[in-house]
Design a protein around this ligand. Sequence first.
Ligand SMILES: [Zn+2]
Length: 267
Amino acid sequence: MRYIEPHAHMVSRTTADYEALALAGCKAVNEPAFWAGFDRASAQGFYDYFRQITEYEPKRAAKFCIRHFCWLCINPKEAEDPGLAREVLALIPEFLAKPGVLGIGEIGLNKNSRNELQILEEHIQLAEDHGQLVLVHTPHLEDKLKGTKLIIDALKNHPAIDPGRVIIDHVEEHTAPLVKDAGFWSGMTLYPESKVTPNRAIDMLEMFGTDRVWMNSACDWGVSDPLSVPKAALEMRRRGYDDAFIDKVVFQNPAEFMGQSPKFDLG
Ligand SMILES: [Zn+2]
């Protein structure tokens, strides 16, 4: 089986995880910029992080024949400090020229605060100014529906942003139709303890179809499973889905979305 892991925080994972991904058939990973488990003290911390995901991780992935792509932003949690956020935003354009950078992400909202919304708006403008793809994080639990609506409204305020070039991640049953009806791509995050289980994700494919959707592990420094995408593929097989169905969901769809950037290729 071949697949793409379209949302993984590999800076938090071991080299053995890269090997496990490769053995399961992973051809490429997407690494959106996110919270590192602690708040960084200055923009310099983000400069070093951007160097890590644009220069070092691609080399670590290449040892296992995996292509590594990344996305840049200041995540919504640390965007609560607008002064810091604007210093980080100013660093991003020089990194957009790097070979593996596919777009701006994962931007979005965490607590749906006024500061987060302002910085989300500035990221969308940055994506528009530089013609970048966009990868969006939606809030957890009780904040998810309201946050998803706020994010869709913010994106729609930019008519130059094509919804087909934006993926809204961490959708659940109550937010997937909003995202789909507005023309955006949807990401389903498979987590062992929270978010969506493989069975719920497959139920959603049955409810909402297999167009403009991908599955990811969003594996990071917390309780998460870097192999959750191939495990979901196994679950699809148990339900009787064939190779063509599985390949569309776990390989062709992410390749189609990422392929909108001229920098995407599988080598
Ligand atoms: Zn993430």
